[in-house]
Design a protein around this ligand. Structure first.
Ligand code: HEC
Ligand code: HEC
Ligand code: HEC
Length: 206
């Protein structure tokens, strides 16, 4: 019978796989392991670099190219006085390993699925989903005390005298641990997002 024949082949394959190698030296086996490992590590890094540019994130998906990137280009984090430009990933992906790998794997799957599904394929759909998406980002940033913002803006390096009176006062709240960057500074890289609940409330008859 075909199935018992296949089962036999499978048993033989595993038998072979787990039997000591008769013809290959330990050195050759180690070498194969090192080469396979190196290809895996280098391949992963190249993949991360290629899929981590603003050009890639801003243009690969229709939704990002049409609705996200053009907005972002108007923000202070795209062009500014000093010409330091964060990549999308500087703000959106953890910088440390292995968190970066897990985040990218998950975001890649979720984003690709949503893009294929057309979740935000029109301006109307995007506007409807924005509040939910923005809240995901805010929650992440609150959870890690805005680590990605602080990778560039180091509060220890602030010169309060060069900041406005408002900034100086508000930043005391950061130092006393009462609030983190993103709780005060939303909309620094995209246009402001509106809470659809508030809009509905405002439009509701009194
Ligand atoms: C790659 C570095 C980088 C990262 C990451 C970054 N910023 Fe900035 N940010 C800048 C630069 C550069 C400027 C413009 C400085 C100037 O005025 O020349 C800026 C400006 C700002 C300003 C002043 C805005 C204005 O209108 O003058 C605020 C507020 C700010 N960033 C908050 C944030 C927050 C919040 C985050 C995290 C969500 C963040 N930044 C992430 C580099 C960065
Ligand atoms: C309690 C609210 C609050 C927190 C927390 C906070 N900020 Fe601010 N920040 C302000 C206010 C208010 C201003 C002044 C008005 C403005 O520029 O938006 C300001 C100004 C700034 C500016 C412009 C400075 C200037 O004088 O031109 C930068 C850059 C900035 N904040 C970055 C950050 C970063 C990075 C963090 C986290 C490490 C942070 N802020 C935390 C409220 C806050
Ligand atoms: C300076 C940090 C920063 C940079 C750079 C940045 N973002 Fe964002 N992004 C945010 C924050 C913060 C939010 C949460 C909403 C808000 O406050 O604007 C957000 C929200 C979003 C959202 C949810 C929808 C929305 O509009 O709120 C998407 C999608 C997104 N970003 C994609 C991108 C892409 C793609 C790029 C690069 C082309 C990029 N972001 C660059 C900080 C950043």
């Amino acid at each position: 019978m075909a199935s018992s024949h296949q089962a036999g082949a499978l048993r033989r394959f595993f038998g072979w796989l787990f039997s000591p190698s008769g013809s290959l030296s330990v050195f050759v086996l180690l070498l194969v392991g090192v080469v396979v490992g190196a290809v895996g590590v280098i391949g992963t890094q190249v993949g991360i670099a290629m899929s981590g540019t603003t050009e890639f994130c801003g243009t690969t998906c229709h939704s990002h190219e049409k609705f996200v990137y053009p907005d972002h280009k108007l923000s202070v984090h795209y062009t500014n006085r000093t010409g330091v430009r964060p990549e999308c990933t500087d703000c959106h992906v953890p910088h440390s390993y292995p968190a970066k790998l897990f985040y990218k794997a998950k975001a890649g799957l979720v984003d690709a699925f949503a893009e294929l599904n057309g979740t935000i394929s029109t301006q109307q759909k995007f506007d409807k989903e924005r509040w939910r998406l923005a809240n995901i980002v805010w929650d992440e940033m609150k959870a890690d005390n805005s680590a990605n913002c602080r990778s560039c803006h180091n509060p220890q390096a602030w010169n309060p005298e060069k900041q406005s009176e408002d900034a100086r006062k508000a930043h005391k709240k950061f130092f006393s641990g009462k609030a983190t960057c993103i709780e005060c500074h939303t909309g620094v890289a995209h246009k402001d997002v509106e809470d659809p609940g508030e809009t509905q409330k405002a439009a509701a008859p009194k």
